[in-house]
Design a protein around this ligand. Structure first.
Ligand SMILES: [Zn+2]
Length: 195
């Protein structure tokens, strides 16, 4: 601690200047830890150790996603979209980006009202003939890309997808369905437009 304050006093207050406080001859120094004993640091041998030591020494651990991010969690899988079925939501905004097959994907930032009155904040990516296509048509027609209320959330539609035909419409269902894994259950999510 003593060496740290000495170092600080020896530098000019640069809060309002562009000058760096790091002197050329200090860049190769290992700055002693201000809050941790050397032995404690030496004894960190796992990620769990680091979590425990930092939490104990600093009083608590903050999660960067919460304190530096905007609190919106990315829903990573199609299955996770099941959480959005039937719940009131506000689409704050969305944008489109190109997917692997040139289709328009939609990245949607939305807030969901949970049955217990709390809210969930999500970023949802969708490239389906459901939600993404509906939003694309709406945006193309109106020029809007946000501020959409969905009273009843998403609606899910399950169907059988043929991996061989790469389509929901199997050309030869009698043959393809015989091999296990050819026909899989798939789900498309739509915006529920009912009142
Ligand atoms: Zn098929």
């Amino acid at each position: 601690m003593a060496s740290r304050s000495a170092r600080k006093e020896s530098t000019v207050d640069t809060a309002n200047t562009d000058t760096s406080t790091v002197d050329a001859d200090t860049t190769t120094d290992v700055v002693p830890a201000a809050h941790y004993e050397a032995e404690t640091l030496r004894n960190i041998t796992s990620f769990e150790d680091a979590l425990a030591v930092a939490g104990m020494t600093m009083g608590k651990l903050d999660d960067a996603a919460e304190v530096l991010g905007d609190g919106f969690a990315l829903l990573r899988t199609d299955g996770a979209k099941a959480q959005l079925v039937g719940k009131p939501m506000v689409l704050l905004e969305w944008s489109f980006y190109a997917g692997d097959f040139g289709d328009d994907f939609a990245a949607i930032r939305l807030v969901v009202k949970e049955p217990n009155g709390s809210i969930s904040k999500y970023i949802v990516n969708d490239g389906s003939t459901g939600v993404a296509k509906m939003l694309k048509q709406y945006s193309d027609r109106t020029g809007r890309n946000g501020g959409l209320v969905i009273r009843n959330g998403f609606r899910e539609s399950t169907y059988t997808y043929c991996q061989v035909c790469a389509s929901a419409k199997c050309e030869v269902p009698d043959i393809h369905s015989k091999t296990k894994g050819n026909h899989i259950d798939a789900t498309t999510y739509y915006i529920d437009t009912s009142l």
